[in-house]
Write a protein that binds this ligand. Sequence first.
Ligand SMILES: Cc1ncc(COP(=O)(O)O)c(C=O)c1O
Length: 415
Amino acid sequence: MSEPTELTEPAEVSGASPLADRAAELDAADPLAPLRDRFVLDDGVYLDGNSLGALPAGVPDRVADVVRRQWGELRIRSWGESGWWTAPERTGDRIAPLVGAAPGRIVVGDSTSVNVFKALVAAVRMAREDGGASRDEILVDAATFPTDGYIAHSAARLTGCTVRPVAPHEAPAALSARTAAVLLNHVDYRTGRLHDLPSLTATVHAAGAYAVWDLCHSAGALPVGLDEHGVALAVGCTYKFLNGGPGSPAFLYVRGDLQERFDSPLPGWNSHAEPFGMRPDYEPAKGAVRGRVGTPDILSLLALEAALDVWEGVSVEAVRAKSLALTDFFLECVAAHVPAGRVTSLTPAAHAERGSQVALRCADAGEVMRRLIERGVVGDFRPPDVLRFGFTPLYVGFADAERAARVLAEVLEEF
Ligand SMILES: Cc1ncc(COP(=O)(O)O)c(C=O)c1O
């Protein structure tokens, strides 16, 4: 865990205006700044894209077309003519370059929770095939977003495993001949800490276990390199940095050489080799399709597909560079505007350990966030005392970061 960092005012910064000027310069020089026009936003500061991404401007018309023409006029024909049936894999291929995967490795559907279940049980089954029944332990990120822990416990009960919570950086020391699977978050949802995916993956796999990564807070925010780093299985949501909309379906990645071995615990008819054969026996399809379960949620899926258009001509590397510059600048503005000792940053100072959010520990955090939102600065509150500010480089600018820090200081003066 990162230690809370006391934010101290830099000597050379004396007031709001130099920082506001710097913000204006940084925005003017920012090659990604024009992308904000691809979204529907107001003049507030939206720093909650790590919970629900803003609406991409092209989505409403696309969804209207899906509803009115594809459903309303073409009706059942749309499963083929409008590409509904293949949308889970097609949309997976659109997400693939954003997380460093080749085409054919990602399928979109279900929630992250459901995909964690599929991936974890499949991981345990593969570990057992390789190493026998003595592989009976699942290591789970001790600070995980709760759903992963709940699902891991159920997956463990079903597979005869036990769950052992570990801090991600302590996972290597906890590995043993009993470890079947290791479920880790790439970026911690509370602190914004980025974990070392390449090295942890290599260590887990060298121990004969399978790494399952939850990418909810990194997909669309920073390069992941799934293929490059040999990740076995990964899941992620699409409603945060991928801007797919409320409840948009999640994704599941299965490494190319493991697809034939992926034994889904939810083998629905959509993952059958011959889904319209209506056969009583189950024969899994090849490739990413094997991760499907039942009928896809077409309206949400096609809204997501339209949302992914905002990535046209945008590299995740450029997004990452801006994200780090934004979070650095926000921390600098907080240090300058907020009286010393009033907030402490839980987000690591080191770039290699930082995701795309800043988490500030603060007394009365719930009430502070309520007042921030009232003044047009939207972040969120995580109990008991954390203010979270998510930075989506596609639509957040440096002036937003400066204003958020300034309004935070104003609000804190009221306490
Ligand atoms: C890290 C992480 N994992 C899982 C989830 C839950 O995802 P879902 O609601 O799609 O199951 C979230 C939701 O915010 C999350 O942040």
